[in-house]
Ligand binder design. Structure first.
Ligand code: FAD
Ligand code: NAD
Length: 451
């Protein structure tokens, strides 16, 4: 009899796993249970869709429709919510949200790809307050589209990835935008020097910033800050982070890790060997820090899904880990990171040293050459590269991806400074930006000077 592989969640990790399992095992019964009506969509594209509905219509965000999965022999059940797992019996309790009926479904192997949820705001909200929205799913985006005609002023809570991408979107749509960030700077996960560049850019583009501020409540037409200030708003976007969706897992006795996401081994198995977890609900192993981390990112979810799908279908794939590589764009500025920042490196037991360099992205005399800020971190004793953050209008992705490869290869700052990289004036200065950063930092690293 063929194995019954059941997947809960049908966006990034779940659909990647289903498609991979199908390729690996043509005879397996594969069922995907997804509570939303849409599957396999790019949440990452939502801010760009909202900024340009005509150029990036909703349908372009959907990689594969439910019908396309079904045509591939995958039993894709949308609007079906899994309410309970009985891991010993190998059954699920499922609610068909359209037919309002509850039924049981057996499984041999189960994948939890339940994702993450937007954090909710926990302050008093008067009944006539502006509506609060989140941006997590494609339906959240539909809701925002429907509200836009009545919105002039938007207050965004949270100056992280979504807050900043959406500040640009709302500005492009001609709305007045304010951001309230509780930490002393925007993008607090980045070094102060980079946060300052981001802050300047956002202000220059007319966004009002309330940094180091907390919201105490919402009343008619306003967001109220703890210092008593009232910010006018027709709409409030809460972008204050996300939390892994783990309720189903914990109720079934599946263990969480220290990060609060589901603990998995390198084959994406939970503590129950026939139950896997992948994507935003699961932890990953950080290669540099050598510990479990929670990184709710789309590329990680896809990599997790591929490994889980292979293993569920009888293969032997191993997840090789993460570096914490990420990038976003705000008002023409790219902001990216890989590896550990200084505080994270200290916590991981390194003796970190960092330097910031300002370099041109291409030969200075070339059109398109832009100033780049690179913050490189290494271990003082060994010179091992630990992490990099960069911001600028050009070549930031190239810098971060180069350092990510260096981290993967366990390179030192000497190695980084010596890499054989591509050069011609329209692409790079003769000494590439990462090489300059490596050269500067290597002067401060003990034990390998003058190498
Ligand atoms: P999810 O996308 O959360 O999908 C899980 C699905 O499972 C959901 O549809 C959920 O409703 C469903 N589900 C949960 N519980 C049940 C249940 N009990 N029964 C049935 N169904 C259930 N990442 C990047 O790397 N780069 C980016 O540029 C980027 N931009 C982003 C922009 C935005 C606006 C957002 C919101 C996210 C962005 N991300 C980005 C993050 C990326 O989208 C997520 O990491 C990715 O969607 C995670 O995929 P997932 O399948 O693990 O989880
Ligand atoms: P985030 O963690 O990036 O930022 C949340 C911000 O909200 C932080 O700066 C935090 O200090 C602030 N905050 C928290 N509580 C607050 C409060 N009560 N008042 C004011 N500020 C508060 O989270 P996000 O922007 O919601 O994005 C969620 C996740 O989606 C990200 O962690 C990321 O994994 C993913 N994402 C990635 C990208 C990308 O890679 N380009 C883009 C968008 C989203």
């Amino acid at each position: 009899m063929s194995e019954r592989l059941v997947i809960v969640g049908g966006v990034a990790a779940g659909t990647k796993a289903a498609a991979t399992a199908r390729r690996r095992n043509a005879g397996a019964d594969i069922v995907v249970l997804q509570d939303e009506a849409d599957v396999s969509y790019s949440a990452c594209g939502l801010p760009y869709h909202l900024a340009a509905l005509d150029r990036i219509p909703r349908r372009n965000l959907i990689a594969r429709t439910p019908e396309a999965f079904r045509a591939d022999g995958i039993d894709m059940r949308t609007r079906h919510r899994v309410e309970e797992i009985d891991p010993d019996r190998g059954t699920l309790k499922i609610r068909d949200l359209q037919a309002s009926r509850v039924y049981a479904e057996p499984f041999d192997r189960l994948l939890l790809a339940t994702g993450a949820r937007a954090n909710r705001l926990n302050v008093p909200v008067s009944p006539d307050a502006p509506p609060i929205v989140h941006l997590r799913s494609i339906v959240d985006a539909d809701r925002i589209v429907g509200m836009l005609p009545d919105v002039r002023g938007v207050v965004i809570l949270g100056g992280g990835y979504i807050g900043l991408e959406m500040a640009e979107t709302f500005s492009r749509l001609g709305r007045e935008v304010a951001i309230v960030e509780m930490m002393p700077r925007l993008v607090p996960a980045f070094a102060t020097a980079l946060g300052q560049v981001v802050e300047d850019r956002v202000r220059e583009n007319g966004v009002e910033l309330f940094i180091g501020s907390r919201v105490s409540g919402l009343d008619q037409g306003h967001v109220i800050l703890e210092n008593g200030e009232h910010i006018p708003a027709d709409l409030v976007l809460a972008a204050t982070g996300v939390s892994p969706s783990t309720d189903l897992a914990t109720a079934a006795g599946i263990q969480l890790g220290q990060t609060g996401a589901i603990a998995v081994n390198s084959r994406m198995q939970t503590n129950l060997s026939h139950v896997y977890a992948a994507g935003d609900c699961a932890e990953s192993h950080h290669v540099v820090a050598n510990r479990a981390v929670w990184l709710p990112l789309g590329d990680v979810a896809n990599r997790h899904g591929k490994v889980a799908g292979t293993n569920m279908a009888g293969g032997r794939a191993v997840f090789s880990g993460v570096l914490g590589t990420a990038i976003f764009k705000v008002f023409g500025l790219a902001v990216a990171r890989t590896g550990l920042g200084e505080a994270e490196a200290l916590a991981a037991g390194f003796d970190p040293i960092s330097h910031v360099v300002e370099v041109p992205s291409r030969a200075r005399y070339m059109e398109g050459s832009r100033k780049l800020l690179i913050h490189l971190t290494a271990d003082r004793g060994t010179g091992k590269v630990l992490g990099c953050q960069a911001t600028g209008e050009d070549a930031v992705d190239k810098i971060i991806d180069t350092v990510a490869a260096a981290l993967w290869g366990n390179l030192t700052v000497d190695d980084l400074a010596d890499l054989d990289l591509a050069y011609a004036p329209p692409f790079s200065p003769v000494l590439a930006p990462v090489q300059v950063a490596g050269e500067v930092l290597k002067k401060h690293v003990g034990g390998i000077q003058g190498k």
